[in-house]
Each structure stands twice: as C-alpha cells, then as structure tokens.
Ligand binder design. Structure first.
Ligand code: M6R
Length: 610
C-alpha cells in the first residue's frame, strides 16, 4: 500500500526514482510524485492517476538533482488529487516527506499544528509529518525526525529530504515495510526489493522503530533514542529477470505460467525422492513440539486465507489435529482463546499485511507457538514468528495473487506430511509414496496449463455477457471455488460467489437461471456423486454449467455445457490442479473486457493498513 523510493548518489536521481516507482506501482496507483534536491533547492512534481501521467509531466517540466524521493499512492486519507499526492512539504518548502502507512492521531496533531500557525493544503494524514518535522528542526534533520516519530501513533515508513541538509536522506519505519540498498557510489531507500534491484542486491531491512541516515557513501542506523545500531546486509538471490514480464502481456499471465517453478521451488531442498525424511528445520518444530500441538489456528487474508482453508482440509485429514482458519482482520477482535499448545500459522505473500501481522502479535501475546508461511524474505511477519516456512515463489508483481497461492499450497502440503509423520498418522512407506506424488505436481501443472489454456480462452468469450457467476466446489476444492470467485471479481469486475455445492439448496439455488453461469469443480473425489446430484439440480433449473472434471469422465457432459478436463490426481493434490482453470478464466475474461489486469481498480498488492 503506497510505494516509497529514495536515492542519493552520483547519477541524476529522477530516472532512478521513476524506474523504482514503476516497480512499486503494484502497491498503489492513484497518484505519484517525485522531489529532488539540487544546489540546496527542492523541486517536486506530482500527478493524479498512474505513473505515466507523472512521466509525461516530467517530460514537459523536467527536474534534476542527485538526491531525491518518490512515491506512488494508494489513497487512504483524502481522494486521489494532486494536493493529496506525495511528496508533502512544509509551508516554506524546505523539506519534503513521503509516507506509507496511517498516522492514527493525525487529527489531534493537525489541530495542534493549525493552532500553532501551520497551514494545511491536503486532506492527508501525511502532511502532519512534514509540519511536525519543520516544528522540530533546529539544524539537525535526524533529531527533528526522531522528535517527530516520537509523536506519531499508527504505522509509518517515511523518507525525508531537507534543502538545508543536501547530503543525506532520513528514513524511518514502524509497522510498514522499508529497506535500504547499498550500491556503487549510491545508496537507496525503498518499500520493496524490485524497486532497486537493477542497482543493488545488497539489502538492509530496517527494523520497526529504527531510523536511518543515508548518504552517498554511508548508511547509519539508529534506535528511537538516537543510539547507533548494528545491521546486517542480506544478499538477494533473485534478479531483475524474475521481476520482468519476459514476453508475457501481463505479470498475471506470466505468474500463472511460473507456477510449476514456484511449486518446485517450495519443495526444493525439503524433500528428496526415496528418503523417508523431510528437511524442515526452519519450522522450528521438533518432533516433541509437534506432539505438544493440540490445535492449529491459521490466520490470513484474501487469497492467502483461501490457501489456509485448503490447509484446514489437508492438515486435519493428514495429521488429525483440529484446525481453525480465521480471517486475520477478525481474529484479534473475537478474543480468540490460545495457549502454548496452540500453533498459530500466518500465511502471507507479502509478509506485511497489517491484519495478519496484528493477528500474529495477538497469538504471541497469548503465548501460542507461531509459524509464518511467507514469500517475502525479511518481511515484518517473518521477524515476529518462531519459525518461517518460506514459500520461495519469487517476486509476485500482479496484484491478483496466483503463483504465491500455489506455493502456499506447496508449503501446506509439506507441513501436512511433516505433522502427519510426527503424529504417527503416516508411516515411512506412506511418507515416501506421498513425497513421490508431490514431486509430480510441477509437471502436472505445466501439462494442465498447456492443455487447457486454448479452451479457457474460448470459454472466456462466452462469459463476457454475464454479470454474475457462481462457483461450486466440495471438500478440499470448496476453497478453490472461493478463490476462483475472488480472482474473477478482482480482475474482471464480474460479481462472483463461491459456495460449497451442498449449500446450494439452502439458498443460492434461488439465483439459478439461464443468466447465472455455474463454474463447478467436479473432479474425482469422495463427494463426487453428491456434487453431481447438486449439478443435476442446477441443470433442472436451466443453469449453464461449466465443469472442471477429471479426464475420462464422460457422464459429466450430461449436465455441463462445457467441460474442462484436467488430469486424474489424488484428491489431496487436486486443489493445485483445479485452481489453474480458475486463474486462467479470470485472466482471459478481464483481458477481453479490456481491463488493467495487473493493476485492478481500487486494489493494492500489500495491504499494510487495517
Ligand atoms: O500479502 P498477503 O498474502 O498477506 O495478501 C493477502 C491479500 O491481500 C491478497 O491475497 C489479496 O486478496 C490478493 N489481491 C488476492 O489476489
């Protein structure tokens, strides 16, 4: 939610800032702005809408300077207008600030500052930061920012530049992501790695309540008392190619096709054929600790929540441990009952989702064991939990999550086997057989994508005339129906709902008519016969059914107008195959409707505010 970039070095800052913002645009795209410092003078440009508008403005009104900051916004306080766009300045235009997060006490601060004579020009919470820094500035920007953040409540990642201090930038964070990059004759500040990956792969993850002073040749990190702090430099092991479209029209399509690799990367180094062993030390769960787990709670949002729901089926069935799944935004407010025998698992691509982070903090406060299933290394949640199972999906740029979902399922499959084995639900022979089956998944994903894509392109044209869609599934594929509906909603803006097929007759069947297509996950399973009866009920009411079915199932054609055949796999592996037509369908419908697939309206990739 909002992307921040800062640069200080030997080159002109503007191109570097804009390129960084292009890579951060997935975090928000309501408006964008940059500011530079040149010969002790600040200058800024801001534009409403996508970054391209700012680029056009800069072509007409260029800027130059070797130090600068930039921002791409996802509006929280105040509409997307030029005045509300970042960077924000003090009244004398001596300093500029970009911010990601929400300042919860901004109204109190604003009232006080207004009484002191500060004039506000925006509706944002961020502007108070600019005026506060000005009010504290006595010739030392670091001291002024420290005094300012001591007054802020809420979440912030900020980057500040002052005309009177033209040799360094100041950055600080609390509960919003921010990292520093060390380059050749230059240093960087950014919300996320891809923004600066072209320039450096050496990254310092700023901790909460730390402040950094970043000059061309030096980075210093301080705590809130201004005391110097040691820091580690992490080397990023993926490169720019992984964050490019590589010939695909959209990141979403590229990431759908990266799923065999993503799933393979999740397994890599953790399973080995023929061995009765899983290498999962990073769980920080010894076999004794596993036996001590009486209950598992999974917390997550959006697509990660649906991965969690699949996890419930997998873990309960495999390990016979009770599993609850909570929307992270609800978890702490329902006063959950947790103890040291509860394992709370946070699932998150970004590792920065504010609600998921808060849920894990609640779990820790109640003494539960915690585990993160996370993609982004070093992200906020990874620094809170007792163990992290990285999913290794690589950078996911499209706002609609696809390959991270697949890799989350991979991690949950590994966890299922690990827990089941140590809970004596899976003997050595069964473990070896299960590992062997799991290792076939990347190939199956690849073959399925290849086979179904042309048919999905065709089906997507038929869906264009509908305004609503129902997705049905049962058992472990019920969450896949939910995920299918979410994907369609978020990229194609067609209203869609996912239902457990058995629920249909308890209400939603009232919606069935020729204008309500039904997408049914009807692959081989223990409940297939029951699902088939549910589809008969739909057919009897003139519903148009598009079924995903197992190869060789001819009888499904009796009820379905379209059948998308997928390979036969054991039911516990079926979510990884069945989600593929869901993703492709959403992509192609959105494409044909002419929408911006990678950056759907009103959304942002990481939701770092509540
Ligand atoms: O980074 P996270 O996995 O924690 O994000 C959770 C959701 O915000 C995310 O899955 C969202 O629902 C996506 N837009 C789904 O495509």
């Amino acid at each position: 939610m909002c992307g921040i970039i800062g640069y200080i070095g030997a080159e002109d800052a503007v191109d570097i800032l804009i390129e960084g913002l292009q890579r951060l645009e997935y975090r928000g795209y309501d408006s964008a702005g940059v500011a530079v410092c040149h010969q002790g003078e600040l200058a800024l440009r801001r534009e409403v809408g996508k970054l391209n508008n700012l680029i056009k403005r800069l072509a007409k009104e260029p800027l130059s300077g070797q130090m600068g900051i930039g921002h791409t916004r996802w509006a929280t306080h105040g509409r997307p207008t030029e005045f509300n766009a970042h960077p924000h300045t003090d009244n004398a235009n001596e300093l500029v600030v970009v911010h990601n997060g929400i300042i919860e006490n901004y109204l109190n601060l604003k009232t006080r500052l207004q009484a002191e004579g500060y004039h506000f020009v925006s509706e944002t919470d961020t502007e108070v930061i600019a005026h506060l820094i000005k009010s504290h500035f006595k010739g030392d920007l670091k001291a002024a920012v420290l005094a300012t953040i001591a007054e802020l409540e809420g979440a912030y990642a900020i980057c500040v530049m002052h005309a009177a201090e033209p040799n360094y930038l100041v950055a600080a964070k609390k509960n919003s992501p921010l990292l520093l990059g060390t380059g050749q004759d230059a240093n960087f500040i950014a919300s996320d790695v891809p923004a600066i990956l072209r320039h450096t792969r050496d990254i310092i993850y700023l901790e909460d309540e730390q402040l950094a002073v970043v000059s061309q040749h030096q980075i210093e990190v301080f705590d809130l008392q201004g005391q110097p702090q040691d820091y580690e430099v992490s080397h990023i092991d993926w490169n720019m190619v992984a964050a490019e479209k590589m010939g695909f029209d959209h990141f979403m399509l590229k990431e759908i096709h990266e799923q065999p690799t993503a799933f393979g990367q999740t397994l890599a180094g953790r399973v080995s054929e023929g061995e009765q062993k899983l290498y999962l030390d990073e769980l920080n769960l010894s076999p004794e600790a596993v036996k001590d787990i009486r209950r598992i709670c999974i917390v997550a949002c959006g697509t990660a929540y649906y991965a969690g729901l699949v996890g419930k089926y997998l873990l309960e069935d495999g390990a016979r441990i009770p599993v609850e799944v909570d929307l992270a935004s609800e978890f702490r407010y329902r006063r959950p009952i947790l103890d040291r025998h509860t394992l709370v698992i946070a699932i998150s691509q970004s590792g920065e989702t504010a609600d998921t982070l808060a849920a894990i903090q609640e779990a820790k406060a109640q003494g539960a064991k915690t585990l993160g299933i996370i993609n982004v290394k070093g992200s906020a949640i990874t620094r809170q939990v007792d163990g992290v199972l990285y999913i290794h999906a690589g950078p996911e740029i499209s706002v609609a999550s696809t390959k991270a979902f697949m890799a989350m399922l991979g991690a949950l499959q590994l966890l299922r086997l690990y827990l089941a084995h140590h809970c004596a639900q899976l003997n050595n022979t069964e473990l070896v057989a299960a590992i062997r089956e799991l290792r076939t998944v990347p190939r199956l994903i690849e073959e399925t994508l290849q086979k179904i894509e042309p048919q999905i392109q065709e089906i997507s044209t038929q869906l264009l005339r509908y305004h609503h869609c129902l997705y049905l599934g049962r058992g472990v594929n019920f969450p896949i129906a939910l995920e299918g509906a979410l994907k369609l909603k978020e990229v194609s803006y067609i209203h869609a709902e996912g239902y457990a097929a058995g629920e249909l007759k308890h209400g939603p069947i009232a919606l069935v008519d020729p204008l309500m297509p039904i997408i049914a996950l009807a692959t081989a399973s223990d409940t297939y016969e029951k699902l088939f009866s549910n589809l008969e009920e739909v057919k009897a009411r003139d519903g148009k059914i598009i079924a995903v079915a197992t190869e060789g199932n001819e009888s499904i054609a009796k009820v379905a107008e379209e059948v998308i055949y997928v390979p036969a796999v054991p039911e516990w592996l079926s979510p990884m195959i069945n989600v593929l037509p869901m993703q492709l369908l959403a992509y192609y419908v959105a494409l044909r409707r002419g929408f911006d697939v990678d950056q759907p309206r009103n959304l942002a990739k990481s939701v770092t505010v509540e």
